[in-house]
Design a protein around this ligand. Structure first.
Ligand SMILES: *[C@@H]1O[C@H](CO)[C@@H](O)[C@H](O)[C@H]1NC(C)=O
Ligand SMILES: CC(=O)N[C@H]1CO[C@H](CO)[C@@H](O)[C@@H]1O
Ligand SMILES: [Zn+2]
Length: 277
């Protein structure tokens, strides 16, 4: 099993927002540059139902390269400067579309918990996010799909909820919790994806020191979490994450590429059909 993909050269970006308006004007060039930088595939995650059709269209426009994940993010935008926690009503439009596109999906996401104080004022707000995550966990289990998970200021509650729900296939993206909490996820067989912002985040550097390479995947979260703050991030920056992990772990870049890609293929088995050596 391990060496089936050992000769494969290339990265998988396990979490990015390629449907963001930031990429509307130069998507062809962004995809071309990401291939030149060694990317084999990217997982396009959604934040709300209004984005689902665009993500499916992108996956059809770049077949075998852009792989869709649909889900409702724990933070929903009311207007560009107003956000709120997700509620079960946000699932009304989303669930029928997830059902409709289920055969195309490689995961359900982006889902999760975000307990940043400006989004949650009280226990009721937290509970509402929990209900949304529980429902989407059930859907993922029913469809036998992994979860692509966001957690902010909620590392422990997120991992505990997923374990309680018996969810086995999980990617925790840009995890901001303590390494000791992350290790509870490792025990449950969860994977953690590391964005290029690791070069400016002491918390992520500490996390990678603790995590076994066997539980690490790569992501860019483009257009966010880039190597430089305020600059649009792109999937081609995936190598920034890989290089930094190779430095911290003291292993070659090739080893980081090989192991993280195998991890991605193990967690998202539907990628195997499209990625051929
Ligand atoms: C909790 O806070 C929200 C605002 O985030 C508010 O609408 C709601 O009424 C509050 N609920 C309780 C029980 O205090
Ligand atoms: C460090 C690095 O390679 N950063 C690049 C990430 O992508 C942006 C957008 O293309 C570039 O401007 C950065 O130089
Ligand atoms: Zn994201």
């Amino acid at each position: 099993m391990l060496h089936c993909y050992a000769h494969m050269q290339g990265y998988v970006d396990c979490h990015c927002h390629i449907s963001a308006g930031d990429f509307d004007n130069d998507i062809e060039e962004v995809i071309e540059n990401s291939k030149k930088a060694g990317l084999l595939a990217l997982l396009a995650v959604a934040e709300h139902a209004g984005e689902f059709d665009k993500i499916i269209e992108l996956s059809q426009r770049f077949p075998g390269f852009i792989f869709p994940c649909l889900g409702v993010h724990p933070v929903q935008e009311v207007s560009p400067d107003q956000q709120r926690g997700a509620t079960l009503q946000d699932l009304d439009a989303a669930v029928p579309l997830i059902e409709k596109y289920k055969d195309h999906l490689v995961a359900v996401g982006e889902v999760g918990l975000d307990f940043t104080p400006r989004y949650v004022k009280n226990e009721t707000d937290k509970d509402s996010q929990r209900q949304v995550l529980i429902r989407q966990s059930q859907i993922a289990k029913e469809l036998d799909l992994p979860l692509n998970v966001h957690s902010r200021s909620a590392g422990r509650p997120t991992i505990h909820l997923l374990k309680e729900q018996g969810v086995e296939k999980v990617l925790l993206h840009a995890f901001d919790g303590k390494p000791s909490v992350a290790m509870e996820g490792v025990k449950a067989g969860y994977f953690f994806s590391i964005p290029p912002s690791i070069i400016r985040s002491e918390q992520k550097q500490k996390l990678v020191k603790q995590l076994p390479l066997e539980n690490i995947c790569l992501e860019t979260d483009s257009p966010a979490l880039g190597p430089e703050k305020q600059v649009r991030n792109e999937p081609k920056n995936i190598s920034v994450s890989a290089e930094y992990i190779s430095k911290i772990k003291g292993v070659s870049l090739e080893k980081v590429m090989e192991v993280t890609t195998q991890n991605a293929l193990r967690l998202f088995p539907k990628l195997k059909a499209a990625i051929r050596p």
